[in-house]
Design a protein around this ligand. Sequence first.
Ligand SMILES: NC(=O)c1ccc[n+]([C@@H]2O[C@H](COP(=O)([O-])OP(=O)(O)OC[C@H]3O[C@@H](n4cnc5c(N)ncnc54)[C@H](O)[C@@H]3O)[C@@H](O)[C@H]2O)c1
Length: 340
Amino acid sequence: MNILVTGAAGFISSQLSYKLYKEGHNVSLLDNFSYGYEDNLIFDDKTFTDEIYRKDIRDSEFLDNLFKEKKFDIVYHFAGITPLPDCQNNPALAVDVNVRGTVILLELVRKYGVKKFIFASTSAVYENNNDFPSVENKVEKPSLIYPSTKYTAEQFCKAFYDAYNIPITIFRFANVYGPHIDCLRTQPPVMGYIIRELFNNRSPVLHSTGNQERDFIYVSDLIDLAILVLKNDRYDIVNVSTGKTITINKITEIIKEKMKKTNIDTKYADVSHYWVNYPELYEEPYPINNKLMEHEVLKYTCLSNEHAFKNYGWKPKVSIEEGIQKTVDFSVKVLSNTLK
Ligand SMILES: NC(=O)c1ccc[n+]([C@@H]2O[C@H](COP(=O)([O-])OP(=O)(O)OC[C@H]3O[C@@H](n4cnc5c(N)ncnc54)[C@H](O)[C@@H]3O)[C@@H](O)[C@H]2O)c1
């Protein structure tokens, strides 16, 4: 099949693209490299594709020509601005990329008769939910900018399904981890951050007590499901999760063991310092609401994966111990090369 993957130089899409390529599909990769890396496209010591379009999903003229030429069967739309504080810091850009960029793609999917559109949304849309595990048909509207953009983009997916019957799957990913996780960006995902700090022999700083519980899904499990949903030609929203939780303290402990850094202690900071690398967010006259930060840091995340099991026979396979080992092994290699 002819498949377009957006955000292909990113953590998840690069591995999805490689898997699709190995399965014999004709995969077109697109990324503007605002967060992606060339190195994410290296598998088995070589770059698996010569053809990556260094383009923005908002470049509608370029995309129109690409869709016309390639006649895509499937579009995986995983590009987006994902770090929460980046979205909070530049809401107009976050909306432009995460919402308008998605609508540009949906319109091309309609125009060129693409058979299926698969969109990467997030468990962050459940930030204000109080019932657990979170289920797909119950979302309390989110407050932060990032989940608000994803939730709005979801609404546009639904609008395109309602109007045109385009088969669409919306994924709500729990916290994803695995090889290629970004350890280098200003505010990396929590595992990337802990690994980077320990690699540099620094104490990881956790906010609050570190006892907040989260649901973590290993990247290859997610990719298995991303391929399984191709058989569905309806509109569907699917949680991608383990349905189990683990505390950030426990994660830190496992990472320390795997990295043989149990001698390094963990430090704890007040919730109000969570986005300290983004001082603009704390500026007067409207500094960010401390209660909102507290809620974000302390929130409990647990997503039901029953829908994925019932409809696609999918269950996650990779244990947290095994997944963290692979994440550490890969990340340490990346960090060693970066420091060379
Ligand atoms: N990693 C997680 O824990 C997680 C959880 C829930 C949802 N998601 C969603 O899954 C998707 C993939 O996440 P990821 O962790 O691989 O993120 P990532 O940041 O590693 O990858 C996103 C890619 O999109 C690219 N991109 C950003 N803006 C673009 C634009 N305007 N045009 C073209 N490319 C652009 C970036 O350069 C990057 O390579 C995202 O949409 C994210 O919101 C991720």
